[in-house]
Design a protein around this ligand. Structure first.
Ligand code: SF4
Length: 360
């Protein structure tokens, strides 16, 4: 469920990706990318199912070889999410990916060779209503732009402009743009410039952001800054970690800005007063809450000092006592429960009172 944002979203063109619309004021969509060889169909589908359960809405797969491209149809037939083929240079792979039934291509038209080849891909994409994401990356900018602007926001936007011009010349406008950099201020600036100049939906991301904690912080600052300015239509958090963590982080960024009403788990940092293993309880609650649909607030508090107060602002809460915990519903004490059964009892109560499981 989506709440009304506190800041106006920049209006962008609607681009259809499978059964979803990107842009045009639609909810900001969460994307991720699989991290197993795409030609390993079973492993790819398994990972996509885990991503779907975690709340991913669009999934991209890498297509470095023909075997990967040939696997796309089999994957597509067994998943529920729109499927994006990541094609770098090979125009033949782009044509084949469309035949395999993908919902979107990620490719930079300036990188796939002669004008004829570009025209062939674009004509086919047009015929099949397949959008193209132009993905500009600070790590692979054109030499002349690097010489003129360095690895800057301006160079990223100029590079995107060149790729966009190729597609527009062929009267193709089902375009999504990304301008990723590892440098967060440069990335923010690039998207601001792009948002002021183009009306295509923007796919936000900080590239090669790092491992779980560092990458989440860098992504949250880069993506979050832009979203709170109303910029961005879809997000991909890139982390050197399980892709499910990317989806969890992306959803938390959206929730923090009230762009998505998820399940929010509030937990105290714990201190010397804790009479219960609150950190372990919070982790368990967080993991199980992923399977629930929001909006819902659950508080996990280590002791009774702040527990009752926090419980009052939450739909459900547990606070620690001596080897026991107190379960609260709608701010009122429900019952005292043994520590070992606390999480089970909490979720029983949530489901009993109308909490819904995702995909159920
Ligand atoms: S709720 Fe209790 S255990 Fe948690 S930080 Fe506050 S005083 Fe410490």
């Amino acid at each position: 469920m989506e709440k009304k944002a506190l800041f106006p979203r920049k209006k962008t063109r609607a681009v259809k990706v499978g059964n979803l619309i990107l842009g045009d004021g639609q909810p900001v969509r969460v994307q991720s990318m699989t991290k197993v060889p795409t030609r390993n169909v079973t492993a790819t589908i398994r990972q996509i199912k885990r991503l779907t359960d975690a709340g991913c809405e669009v999934v991209r797969v890498a297509c470095p070889t023909e075997a990967d491209v040939r696997a796309l149809g089999k994957i597509k037939a067994r998943i529920a999410l729109p499927l994006v083929a990541d094609i770098h240079f090979n125009y033949r792979f782009a044509l084949m990916a469309i035949d395999e039934g993908v919902d979107k291509l990620r490719l930079n038209p300036g990188n796939i060779g002669s004008e004829n080849r570009v025209a062939e891909v674009v004509e086919k994409a047009k015929r099949h209503h397949i959008p193209i994401r132009i993905g500009v990356n600070a790590g692979s900018l054109e030499k002349d732009l690097m010489e003129k602007y360095g690895r800057t926001a301006k160079a990223l936007v100029e590079s995107a402009r060149r790729h966009i011009a190729i597609l527009e010349k062929l009267d193709f406008r089902d375009i999504v743009i990304s301008l990723k950099a590892t440098d967060v201020p440069a990335m923010i600036q690039a998207y601001r410039l792009a948002s002021a100049q183009f009306d295509y939906p923007l796919h936000l991301g900080v590239t090669e952001a790092g491992t779980l904690v560092r990458g989440s912080v860098y992504n949250a600052i880069g993506i979050g800054t832009l979203l709170q300015e109303g910029i961005g239509d879809t997000v991909r958090v890139s982390l050197t970690a399980d892709p499910v963590e990317e989806v969890k982080t992306a959803k938390m960024i959206l929730e923090a800005l009230d762009l998505r009403s998820g399940v929010r788990v509030i937990s105290c940092p714990t201190c010397g007063r804790a009479e219960i293993d609150a950190a372990k309880l919070a982790q368990e609650v967080e993991a199980r809450a992923l399977k629930l649909e929001g909006p819902l607030t659950i508080a996990v508090m280590g002791c009774v000092v702040n527990g009752p107060g926090e419980a009052q602002g939450s739909d459900f809460a547990i606070t620690g006592g001596k080897k026991k915990g107190i379960l609260y519903v709608n701010g009122k004490q429900e019952r005292v429960v043994d520590e070992k059964k606390l999480v089970d009892e909490l979720f029983k109560e949530i489901l009993k009172r109308g909490g819904r499981r995702v995909n159920s």
